[in-house]
Design a protein around this ligand. Structure first.
Ligand code: HEM
Length: 128
């Protein structure tokens, strides 16, 4: 039987989505995964990862729910990670997979559109 997908977006399910996304990344063995493991370690239980998850929950809640708890500068953190176009495509593929597995189509579309716009703007800034 198919699992029920979220039919509303709230901060609680954004947090679940963020955890699931990064657990999936840690499970992978690709370049995107390597960058996260180098920067934050390979165990999601650590304080470093928990801080990242809180940050990213606030970030997505800001974008989708107009939550006001994120006040970082995401671009800056991506300047010196050695990112490539292929890595962004892999990141987006993995993000889409998580989103599609959790949210009904019309809601999934909201996250995917935002992610795509931001990935494009990061790539532009990095001249990729
Ligand atoms: C190739 C793709 C990507 C990789 C490998 C990557 C990797 C990372 C890493 C390692 C950090 C932690 C940096 C640190 O703490 O010093 C980070 C932070 C972050 N990333 Fe990404 N990222 C990617 C794409 C994206 C995209 C497309 C978005 C948005 C849709 C995004 C949003 C963020 C945010 C909001 C933070 C937290 C920034 C802050 O400290 O306020 N990332 N990313």
């Amino acid at each position: 039987m198919n699992k029920e997908k979220f039919n509303i977006i709230n901060k609680e399910n954004i947090n679940k989505m963020v955890i699931e996304f990064y657990m999936g990344i840690l499970f992978e063995e690709n370049e995107v995964s390597r960058i996260f493991k180098d920067k934050l370690g390979d165990d999601i239980i650590t304080t470093q990862w928990q801080e990242h998850i809180t940050l990213l929950t606030n970030f997505w809640a800001m974008l989708v729910l107009k939550d006001t708890n994120y006040n970082g500068k995401p671009m800056k953190k991506h300047l010196h990670l050695g990112l490539t176009k292929d890595m962004f495509h892999d990141w987006l593929d993995m993000f889409y997979e998580t989103i599609d597995s959790l949210y009904e189509d019309h809601l999934a579309k909201i996250f995917k559109t935002k992610a795509n716009e931001i990935a494009d703007s990061f790539m532009k800034m990095l001249s990729l």
